[in-house]
Design a protein around this ligand. Sequence first.
Ligand code: NAP
Length: 456
Amino acid sequence: MNRAGIIGAGPSGFYAADQLLRAGWEVDLYDALPTPYGLVRAGVAPDHPKIKSVTRVYAKTAAHAAFRFFGGVTLGTDVTRDDLRQRYSAVVYAIGTSVDNRLGIPGEDRPGPYPATEFVAWYNGHPHFSNHQFDLNGGRAVVIGNGNVAIDVARMLVLDPGELAPTDTADHAIEAFGMAGVREVVVLGRRGPAEAAFTNPELRELGELKRADVIVDPAQLEDVEVGEVPDMPQRRNVEILREYAKRVPEGKTHRLELRFLRSPLEILGEGEHGAVTGVRVSINRLVPGSGGSIRAEPTGEEEVIECGLVLRSIGYRGVPCAEIPFDEARGLIRNEGGGVVTEDGGRCPGEYVVGWIKRGPSGVIGTNKKDANDTVARILEDAGAGGLPTTATELADSDAVAAWLGERVAGGPVSWAGWEAIDARESALGEPHRRPRVKLVRIAELIEAARIAGPK
Ligand code: NAP
């Protein structure tokens, strides 16, 4: 039987696993963390439990007899690319895009303009970020970017404690949000209301916040003709924003403002390296760009928005890993249609890629299903054509793989049963508080909970 090693147990890794299992393959799914589910656990906003319920689908995949989970195994540290290529007919990288894009403006390196990636990971209890400190004392926060991540972080900053309480937000973040001094969040888009990348439900949700008025200056929509907005989601966004612009603020304790046509020029602060005091922005106009696109151009006018916190949310990018061919310009594993290729276009037989590290950080969770299906179709085609370097008969038996990992990882990797033990522990901690779970946020606690299950 062919066997695949999939690296990364987020949505794209699970969709690839499911497809390969259906094709009769054995699948070993690896993750650097002791826990599965990638951004569903550590990225999706905790007040969106319906989105998180997709994990039930992944748990069904994991129940397949030919599936194994190896948690707590890091590619590049515990195991090498060669180790994997020797042990699998196909290695599928599903490692996501783990860092954020930078603005490249003065002041970005002072403490305080935080990457949204880290803020999101922190409030979601990702163990690598649970010790981070975010200064939430300033009265006004500025969020740079007009995507759904920007909306998520802006919303989290103004959620009512009652809205936060029934969620699986990490306890350290619930406590910090409870003491936060942020009363106003300004979300900045460099282009206009019709170009924002928000999806409609996420934008609509801002109008339903318990303790925050949503503020949109009607002047920003004056030049926008709904009928001329080409795409339906963007047209709806404009309609939603028009409705917000008509609202009279109810005098809620918090405000969330959506301000468009603003590009950050400089993060201002105390002295050269001191805390953030504001953002200097250029006021833009829209002009036609290449290929029918619309781009922002500075008008020459500027404004300063005073604030004590800046969150940068302008998209994610991947980082090079384990000498897998990497396209620096795009921040992705170099690939053609899901097959890993070298810089000169040569195929790396038996190596594949799925998800954000294949196509970039775009789309919703379900987008990864089609994406993974396409890569798996390619794997099966290559297998049928004899194009995989290690055939099923040449593979070491599956027990040998487990034994090898047992030597590589102190205490051995976390099995699926180990994850189930973690899950049970977290759920039990949450139950008395009517929360889905209380997350364990340190590697040692997670491993300890997993060990109750013993090795699989
Ligand atoms: P995104 O949707 O690509 O949005 C990035 C934003 O950053 C855009 O508004 C972009 O503006 C702006 N930007 C880029 N470079 C900039 C610069 N130098 N200065 C100012 N602004 C800049 O990325 P994301 O918000 O990180 O989301 C990633 C993916 O996850 C998206 O597909 C998103 O829908 C998805 N997601 C979904 C949910 C959900 O379904 N609830 C939640 C979170 C994330 P331009 O358009 O002008 O380039």
